[in-house]
Ligand binder design. Structure first.
Ligand code: SF4
Ligand code: SF4
Length: 142
């Protein structure tokens, strides 16, 4: 075997060992949320902090944030028609994790979902059971 492939193999082995030593987070630790009644992905268009003017209550109003964005502060509910006219503090997109995800985030489109189980969360030492439209803070694009 080529030396660089052998080194890569060894690194993979070490990483697998490390993964076995460090337990995966539970659903509660990863802020797992059950599917909403409407069974849709989490996005700005179903967040209480979004305004239909394509702005968000907690980000700079100069940022154009369409309904296809989402961030770590998502809070399910009906959006506003317009932002309230008062001074407030803002978070940066880097801190909130603002990303464009058309269709929103949910287990069904997450890298870690596999046959109704999550490879990034555990329940009693086994991959956690999930539903198509549930979600959590560990969501990652495929
Ligand atoms: S950017 Fe985050 S907090 Fe703002 S509307 Fe979108 S999901 Fe909600
Ligand atoms: S599949 Fe993804 S979004 Fe769903 S619980 Fe697992 S990490 Fe979270």
């Amino acid at each position: 075997m080529h030396r660089s492939l052998k080194v890569l193999d060894e690194v993979r082995g070490l990483l697998d060992e490390r993964r076995r030593e460090v337990p995966l987070p539970t659903k509660a630790e990863a802020l797992y949320v059950e599917p909403t009644a409407r069974k849709e992905g989490r996005s700005c268009r179903n967040c209480v902090m979004w305004s239909r003017t394509d702005q968000c209550l907690i980000h700079e109003p100069s940022l154009h944030i369409s309904g296809d964005y989402v961030c770590g502060y998502h809070s399910p509910g009906e959006p506003m028609e317009a932002l309230p006219d008062r001074k407030r503090e803002y978070v940066s997109p880097g801190l909130s994790g603002l990303v464009l995800v058309p269709g929103g985030t949910y287990c069904g489109v997450c890298r870690w979902a596999e046959n109704g189980k999550c490879r990034a969360l555990q329940e009693h030492g086994e991959p956690a059971a999930i539903e198509e439209y549930s979600c959590c803070a560990r969501w990652a694009a495929r």
